[in-house]
Design a protein around this ligand. Sequence first.
Ligand code: SF4
Length: 655
Amino acid sequence: MQGSSVQIKGRILYVTDDLALLEKQLAGEDISYDVEKNEPSLVGNISTDELTPGWVCYYYDETLARFCLVGLRGGKVGKDAIKNGGYGVIVSGISKGCGSSRETAPYSELKSGVQLVIAKSIEKIYRQNAQNIGLLTSTDFGLIERIQRGEAIPMSEFTKGLDPISAAIVEHGGLFAYNRARLAGKTTPPAVTTGARPMTLCEKILAAHVIVDAKAGQLGAVAVKPGDAFFARTDVRFSHEYVTPMAESLFSAEMGKDAKVTDPESVFAFRDHLTFLDLVMPRAHREMGLKEQAEELATVQESFTKRQGVKLYGEVHRDGKLVGSEAICHNKVIEELALPGQLVAGTDSHTCMAGALGCFAFGVGSTDMANAWYTKDVRVTVPETARFVLTGLLPHGVCAKDVMLHILSQPFFKTGQGIGKVLEFAGDGVRAMPLDERATLTNMAVEAGGFTGIIEADDVVVDYLVKQRGLVAEDVRKRIVKADPDAKYLATFEIDLSSLEPMVATPGDPRNGIPLRDLPGTKIDIAYGGSCTGGKKADMDMYAEVLKLALEQGKKVKDGVHLYIQFGSQDIRRYAEAKGYLDVFAKAGAELVDPSCGACIKAGPGVSDSPDQVTVSAINRNFPGRSGPGKVYLASPLVVAASAIAGKIVSPDSL
Ligand code: SF4
């Protein structure tokens, strides 16, 4: 247990938009900040990619401290700058820790000596990861003056507004310390006492998974409401190679070297993120020994899965040659693992994609997963739900990606109000979408800082599971959870799909959506169609539709442009092959890549290698540096394929 107050020591680093001021601080000078005037202005939307870029995550121990913030836009933060700077506090603008769920980000800050992160708003997964490892967070800028006066800050300042479990975790200095106290009977999570009430879809699923008595295996509360906090029983737990080693080292350090994963049949591992890294790793990174470091992630994961009896979706050989991964985790979770009404936890922010099946699926950090391996539980604070009722039908040439780029560009999200909320999609417009298109909506819910995305399962889901997995329709129907008709929502937004048009998000943030017609012919170097979001069967249909049309017109991928099409899973590749798409793609001049996260995570064909390169991409996020140093515009699969032909960002109608 931490003391009742904490003395924050060290310097205060203001992450300023003014690069000269930032450099001054890094050189040893302290500056002042005017809270009222917000001067100097603070950098907002610092993503976890900027805190610990993909290549930094090849490390999974205290070495991470040496690279804290090296990906920050502007390129001013060098190796060891934060660690050697003597900082106790880091201050920045809105949406601190947006993007990927990587726990390496707050861990690198903590191990650099940072005790407290202050920001105007803090993203949900990042904040939860920070709590789990004992890094304090606050949105109270009034603390700065008190810290400068040398005041010891009461712990209650850091637990204000938190649910009782999160507050207890902060007070104990992290999740492991809290769980040790919980297992020793020194602390008990409060019982869920909410009486019967109308519930949303998510609330109903969560209520069914509340752990009432862990030892007796008793689950289920009468009802839950937003703000209720408890441990919930998972049905599916998974992690990929980027995160498994860090979780494993935490797991064995805290639970002992011989500790066993509980119920390993419901635990899965994926080797999907770094499969093609070797093809694109810059020489400088090789010289730093990062190739070997990255390979270690895979070998540590493999030996963990063998030792623990956990299924690993690994690499695939064809004609005797290693060609790629079995699948990107999220595509495989939908193809084989998750079911309606379940609770799915994965060590990746896009775990929410499985919400398209009508399950509650969300991303957790390494510490949460290490605990969940042992207890099967994850802690949850019931989020509020924002409901998006989609009506009407999408016009030709407009698809789910455009819907999400439109939704994310709305003030509700741009101002951070979506952080930590569930995005539930409903209405005839959603019902008319195939499962893959629904999965684009739920996948991108996290780009708004959302907790998860979800869609009530219906016959589209039943038919999919019957066809894909050979399940019995009636068994699937029995699992479907529906919201109560009088459930309460934080907000309801009605969107007439027939009014939408092709969208594009300009570089830097998926919330930068604008109508494509407002973007004057932007020349491109790279068009990338792949990732969990853009590498599904329906996406392949869209690439093929546009490229067939181009071939009929005697056109191919524009000279000087590279079009990459990368499948989300081997099953999707087989689908494309059976449909004759491989031939179409090849004839049009696309380069085909077997499944892996690849360019989406700057680790495969399709990455940019210079700041002036321009990419149009079907991936879900375009935070700075995400897919290389170039500029990334997000767009639909239709726009990606059309742009590859035109050599500039265009809608397919203009071909
Ligand atoms: S494809 Fe991209 S967004 Fe999807 S899991 Fe991989 S890295 Fe994450």
